[in-house]
Design a protein around this ligand. Sequence first.
Ligand code: CA2
Length: 147
Amino acid sequence: MTKKNKIVHIVNGPNMNLLGEREPEIYGCETLERLNVRLSEYAAKHGATLTFFQSNHEGELVDYIQSLEASSRIIINPAAYAHTSLALPDALRGKRLKAVEVHISNIHARESYRQHSYLSSAVVGVIAGLGSYGYFLALEYLLKNYD
Ligand code: CA2
């Protein structure tokens, strides 16, 4: 029997390209590039392949989500668009994507305007406040529940 090639798409929103450069007390010291390498290594050990996409533009994120195959698995940190965008959850729903939302910081313990995410109603689960470890937990979940 042939083994299914598991693919997970990692999507990061605006300013995530600045990770590790500023505000380390909130977002840690690791760059997005380094985090992506560690995620790739984890995925390879578990027989999975990752793709990576980061954009500072809402429309580009929507276009990217629309370009994915229906029912794709995705880990998404929408960054500030969590708190403002209706287009991103609409796009996820439109493609019936199996998505996990990740936030590095605990958005519920921050400013009131960060405590609500429009995206959360369109994803299977949300992880917030566990730093970059949240991406690994999301990946573990999606790989264990791939079918
Ligand atoms: O905690 C998270 O992962 C966030 O999604 C990060 C966003 C923020 O707007 C959300 O409320 C929570 C910020 C993205 C990173 O922005 C940086 C800005 C300066 C330096 C480093 C990162």
